[in-house]
Design a protein around this ligand. Structure first.
Ligand code: CUA
Length: 334
C-alpha cells in the first residue's frame, strides 16, 4: 500500500514536468535559460543545506572529549559572512545578466500584438510590418486564442490589455510578463522545435481566469508562410445549402455586431474574436473546448452556462437544426 502511494506521488510529481505546458520541458532559449537558473538554485541550495545539516549533526552528536573544531574565528567569518556574500553576489550577477538577455530587444523580430480580453486573447498580425512578406501593403489580420510562429526565429510580442491586468505565460517557451491596461510590454520569444505549447493567463483577472488559455503553435517556416497567406484571405464563401443557411443565421442572429468575418457584409464587430478563419483554430472559448461542430453549437447555445460572466450571450432561442447549420458554417471558415 505504501509502495503504491509512493508510486502515485512520484507519478503525480513527475507528471507536471513534461507535456505542453511545463517550465521543466523547455523548447526555446528563453525557457532554457530560466530552467538553468532554477537548476543552479536547486542544486546550490541543496549542497549548502546538506553542509549545514552535516555541521548541525556534528555539533549535536560529537564526542565531547575530543577538541572543539568549529570555534575557529576564521571559519565563522569565512562560512558565516564571506561565503554568503560571495555566493549571493555571483548569483545576482548571473541572474541580472540572464535577465538582461531575456529582455533584450530584437530589431529583426516578427511582431505579433496580443491583447488580453476577459477571458480570451486577441492576436493581431499587423499588416504594416514589412518583415512578414517584404511588402508594407500587405493587410494585417486578427485571430484569437492561438499564436502561430515559425521555429528558430525571434518573435516580438507586443502585449497589453484593455480591461484588467492579465499575465502572458507559455511555460515551455518563456517566462511570464504582465499585460497592463494603458501600457505596452514587449517580450521576445523563440521556439526551437515545432509543436503546440499551451499558454495560460498567470494573473488572477476574474471568475474565468483559469479558463483563459491559448495555444502557441510553432511551425516550420514553409508551413508558417502558407498559414499566413491563408489567414490574409477573406472568409470562404459558403456553397452548400447547410452552410448558406448557417451564414444567413449568423447575420440574422446579430453575430456580426460583435464578430468580424472579413469579406462578409454586416459582420464587422470588434468586441468578440475575429471569426474569419475560426474553423482553422485548434480550440474555442479561450482554450476551453476542442474546435468541433458539436462544441461550437454547445458554446453558441450555452456560453453563459459553460463560462459564466464571459462576453458571449447564450443563444438558447436557436433550435438544434439552426445551431447545427450555424456551427457548420463557422467550422467551414478555415
Ligand atoms: Cu487573464 Cu487571468
Amino acid at each position: 500500500m505504501r509502495g503504491r502511494r509512493a508510486t502515485a506521488l512520484t507519478v503525480l510529481l513527475l507528471g507536471a514536468c513534461s507535456g505542453k505546458q511545463s517550465a521543466m520541458a523547455p523548447s526555446g532559449p528563453n525557457a532554457e535559460a530560466i530552467l538553468d537558473i532554477g537548476w543552479i538554485m536547486l542544486w546550490g541550495g541543496t549542497a549548502i543545506f546538506a553542509v549545514v545539516m552535516a555541521l548541525t549533526l556534528y555539533v549535536l552528536f560529537r564526542d565531547s572529549n575530543r577538541p572543539w573544531r568549529l570555534g575557529n574565528r576564521s571559519l565563522i567569518v569565512g562560512g558565516g559572512v564571506v561565503f554568503p556574500i560571495l555566493a549571493l553576489t555571483v548569483l545576482l550577477a548571473y541572474t541580472v545578466k540572464i535577465g538582461g538577455e531575456l529582455a533584450a530587444h530584437e530589431p529583426e523580430a516578427l511582431r505579433v500584438e496580443v491583447t488580453g480580453k476577459m477571458w480570451w486573447w486577441d492576436v493581431l498580425y499587423p499588416g504594416d510590418s514589412d518583415v512578414y512578406a517584404g511588402s508594407p501593403d500587405v493587410p494585417g489580420f486578427s485571430t484569437a486564442n492561438e499564436i502561430r510562429i515559425p521555429v528558430d526565429r525571434p518573435i516580438e510580442l507586443v502585449l497589453t490589455s484593455d480591461n484588467v491586468i492579465h499575465s502572458f505565460w507559455i511555460p515551455s517557451i518563456a517566462g511570464k510578463i504582465d499585460m497592463i491596461p494603458g501600457h505596452v510590454n514587449r517580450k521576445v520569444i523563440e521556439a526551437s522545435a515545432p509543436g503546440a505549447y499551451r499558454g495560460q493567463c498567470a494573473e488572477f483577472c476574474g471568475v474565468q481566469h483559469a479558463w483563459m488559455a491559448f495555444d502557441l503553435i510553432a511551425m516550420e517556416p514553409d508551413a508558417f508562410d502558407a498559414w499566413l497567406r491563408k489567414q490574409r484571405e477573406p472568409a470562404r464563401v459558403p456553397e452548400l445549402p447547410l452552410l448558406i443557411r448557417g451564414q444567413k443565421l449568423f447575420l440574422s442572429t446579430g453575430c456580426g455586431a460583435c464578430h468580424r468575418v472579413r469579406g462578409l457584409e454586416g459582420a464587422n464587430g470588434v468586441i468578440g474574436p475575429d471569426l474569419t478563419h475560426v474553423g482553422a483554430r485548434t480550440s474555442l472559448a479561450g482554450g476551453m473546448f476542442p474546435n468541433t461542430v458539436g462544441a461550437f453549437a454547445g458554446w453558441i447555445a450555452s456560453a453563459q452556462h459553460l463560462k459564466p460572466g464571459n462576453g458571449m450571450p447564450s443563444f438558447d432561442v436557436l433550435t438544434g437544426v439552426e445551431l447545427r447549420a450555424l456551427s457548420a458554417y463557422l467550422e467551414s471558415l478555415e
